[in-house]
Design a protein around this ligand. Sequence first.
Ligand code: ADP
Length: 223
Amino acid sequence: MESIIATQDLWKVYRTGKVDTPALRGVTLEIQEGEFVAIVGPSGCGKSTLLHLLGGLASPTSGKIFVEGNDLSKMTDSERTRFRRHKIGFVFQRFNLLPTLTAKENVELAQHIHGNGFNPHRFQMVVEMLGIANRLNHRPYALSGGEQQRVAIARAVICEPKILLADEPTGNLDSENSQTVLNMMRTLNRTLRQTLLMITHNPEAAAVADRIIHMRDGQLIED
Ligand code: ADP
């Protein structure tokens, strides 16, 4: 079976002035469709860099990234933007909801940008699965952190992305809300067979995944 994500000897070197920082040093990785993978490692080990490359938000210094067999490095900028919009959902540590829109409008905007129009069936299923059906008319400031993150997850999966990339999704949540959010990600993975890649420095968060990849100093050290 072809992997949904595959990387070959991925390097990313940041250059600031005359200083080179190698954030990724030869990452080779395969992820199968429907897997829930956690990438764990200490701050600065290159987790975010890897996630950004896999999501087409940045380009590697060298090496290859294939998503569903498509080579990201061969895409033009506009192809990569289209790829990102249609294949990838992102969830961030700080939720990144638009503060002037209600929860419902935040989710609807994602559907609008995607260009698929409103799909009431999908919308209802997702908001019920994430337990936010009765919070939809509130703006983000009136929601708890856990609720905001669940709205952000709804926004990320509403357009059925093949891959959901989550960057420290529980980093700003207390332990109870973290557990709720993690359980819901688990449900999305099990029920919708959503391929899910989460980076975290928290071993408890990683424990909900099927597979844990450990990173250190820009390399994968254990799978
Ligand atoms: P993590 O997500 O595991 O904390 P990062 O991928 O954010 O790690 O960072 C890996 C390394 O790359 C760190 O040494 C960090 O300081 C460096 N780095 C990250 N982004 C940049 C950047 N835009 N410019 C220069 N160095 C960066």
